[in-house]
Design a protein around this ligand. Sequence first.
Ligand code: ARG
Length: 462
Amino acid sequence: MAKMWAGRFSKETDPGVNDFNSSISFDARMYRQDIRGSMAHAAMLGAKGIISAEDAAAIRAGLEGILSDLDSGKLQFDPTAEDIHMFVEAELTSRIGDPGKRLHTARSRNDQVAVDLRLYLREEIDEICGLLRVLGRVVAEVASEHTAAVMPGYTHLQRAQPVTFAHHLAAYGWMFARDLGRLKDTQKRMNECPLGCGALAGTTYPIDRQMTAELLGFNGPTENSLDGVSDRDFCIELTSALSILMMHLSRLSEEVILWCSWEFKFLELDDAFATGSSIMPQKKNPDVAELVRGKTGRVYGDLMTLLSMMKSLPLAYNKDMQEDKEAVFDAIDIVKLCLSTFAPMLRTTRVLEDNMRAAAAKGFINATDCADYLTKKGVPFRDAYKITGELVGYCVGKGLTLDNLPLHIYKRFSEVFEKDIFDAIDLKACAMNRRSYGGPAEELVKGQLEKLKKIFAEEGLD
Ligand code: ARG
């Protein structure tokens, strides 16, 4: 494609440099936003008398034609074009002639790309939030079905205290709720329009930046033209929010992987969401969860790419910044793929409550409750803690549990123990009596789940 900036040059660009320089292979996906931005710009140029009303109308009609031809596939991207901006402008000019050449008045690709990217990411955030809401609802629904399923809660991956599966899953619900909030915050902050910043120093034309900002649905124009074209905080913020989201998803994935193992067997994946081995006939592998865990690293890598790319860049636009798109697009694509695959996997997973309960019965997760029993009967907590520790030591030595230890043995350790110790350390009671705010008691978790369902409802709270 002929260069629009060829005037100053006396030689053709080296073909290798052409390819090296070109971004159309990855920025073509912003064609709708590019055209939308150009339409707003042309409308403003027309309204301010910078170009004639006829030219503005011709540009609009030409751009509409290009948009529908690209949408339908009638028009293909030219891989030799430098970028999506050049492609659309050249196509417009070839269709409508001189008015097309007036479109770029009072504009630079520097503000153009900045506006395209904000428009594009703003829409992608809506889509990601939609997928996140679906996952959040799945989490809340699955949890609702298991509010009485006692399972061991872990610290250091050692059985610690009794919780329920619903309580455990709801914890992820809150992580995803924060992710939703972070994405919405990012979207709000990026909703300022850099169009009209020009190359870096604005323009002498009497442009109306309020008008273009409004036409494009932004809250207003960016305040400083240098900042407007050189800011990529919104890419970094978004990729950072996506990294945190992936971190949450990878933690849940790791638990799914562990829980599907024979060592745990708390979960059984649906056959449609598991894979087999080419050599081991017995295998049912949690590949989806493993891939989510693995892809998390890629999203972190994208964040590092963006941070490193922007580090120490002088103002204003530098070509380095063309590297922003592949990183942020990669992060978006991965997150969308992971969210949309993970949600149905979780929805169809069988929860093996009996195995959870059996695991909860081992590992002395009611030891704290035993100590609390003594404390409630007047024994100072530290003494109660020591007595219980000795009891656990005794049980470990004899292969017993606190539940099947006879009362007369209890009494050897403390005279305070009575028959009601067995009620106090009953696993179900241990979980259900934890009624402190945020705890695993059924009615409390149900309350949490109601809140989560509201947050993740289709038109949920922001
Ligand atoms: N393709 C470029 C990018 O993605 C567009 C801006 C180019 N600006 C320039 N002065 N070369 O960043």
